[in-house]
Design a protein around this ligand. Structure first.
Ligand SMILES: [Fe+2]
Length: 311
């Protein structure tokens, strides 16, 4: 499916938010390295401002205003004001950044302070665009507007060079690689455990050597009973014999990269139970193990219409 204007703009936001997060982490307690500062000044000037903001200012905002969304006051007026403020902060960040790149370490402290304000403004601004302005735009604009905005976005990118999107994606990756952790990393283990036990799905995890390492909902009623004694056992030793050959096949397929998931559904009394297996892989694709999910989908299968109000 082709990307819509809001898919394209939100992908820009997502990429820039990762860069902001990585730089905040890097510069929190270490002096900024000139090489990274140079990349950051380039990324925010050439991409976040001259490319992304221009896509909106030249192609999205005028069409929103023509569709009746006022450009003074209201969400659109607010977004325009924030673009102005972001340009001021970016100018300050760039000139301080250029001093740091030129070897003036005394400018680094103020540069980081300005960057933190700039980053905070952008994150808040992107959230408002993603959650308020774009949904408003999707309702107000017709298919001709949608197509013209996508065309305008591509024209801005092409006007900055043939490979603009890939170029800044690569620059963003250079700045984030090795710095960005998974969002679960700062969470306390007890919080992660509570989240897993709150899922409406029972989980079991078997590691790359087929040993059972984890199951959720230990102290809750479960569809498939599991007790602590299975931890550390080979999955082949604690699976019903009649289906163990399928488990072997799934694990072999996962390890060989022939399959990423397998689904089954069975009847348990009046309940319909959905059982799924997923290959769990590290970012580089290395096989870490198999996740089994078990869910009672009886009530979900019976849903009709919509429920949009709280009971
Ligand atoms: Fe934006």
């Amino acid at each position: 499916m082709n990307d819509t204007w809001s898919d394209l703009l939100m992908a820009d936001h997502e990429q820039t938010e990762k860069v902001i997060d990585a730089l905040e982490t890097l510069w929190r307690d270490k002096a900024p390295e000139p090489a990274t500062v140079k990349k950051a000044v380039q990324y925010f000037s050439e991409f976040a401002d001259a490319c992304h903001n221009q896509k909106e200012e030249q192609h999205l905002f005028p069409r929103l205003s023509a569709a009746g969304i006022p450009s003074h006051g209201g969400p659109l007026g607010m977004m325009l004001m924030e673009h102005e403020r972001s340009k001021q902060l970016l100018d300050a960040f760039s000139s301080l950044g250029q001093r740091v790149v030129a070897g003036d370490a005394a400018a680094a402290g103020e540069m980081v302070t300005v960057f933190l304000e700039y980053g905070a403004l952008l994150k808040n601004h992107y959230w408002k665009e993603n959650d308020i302005l774009y949904p408003m735009g999707r309702r107000a604009l017709g298919p001709d507007d949608d197509a013209a905005i996508v065309k305008g976005i591509l024209e801005i990118e092409n006007g900055l060079g043939a490979d603009t999107r890939n170029k800044y994606q690569a620059l963003a990756q250079e700045m984030t690689r090795g710095t960005l952790e998974d969002l679960s990393a700062p969470l306390d283990k007890s919080v992660i455990a509570a989240i897993l036990n709150s899922l409406p799905i029972e989980l079991s995890f078997v590691d790359a050597d087929d040993c059972v390492r984890y199951f959720s909902h230990e102290n809750h009623a479960k569809l498939f009973p599991r007790t602590r004694g299975v931890i550390g056992l080979k999955v082949q030793n604690c699976h019903p014999p009649k289906s163990v050959h399928m488990v072997e096949q799934i694990l072999a397929d996962f390890k060989a990269g022939r399959r990423e998931s397998a689904d089954f559904w069975i009847d348990m009394g009046s309940k319909k139970i959905h059982i799924r297996y997923f290959a769990v892989r590290a970012a580089q694709g290395e096989y870490l193990g198999c996740l089994e999910t078990v869910q009672d989908i009886t009530a979900i299968q019976q849903l009709t219409g919509q429920k949009r109000l709280l009971d």
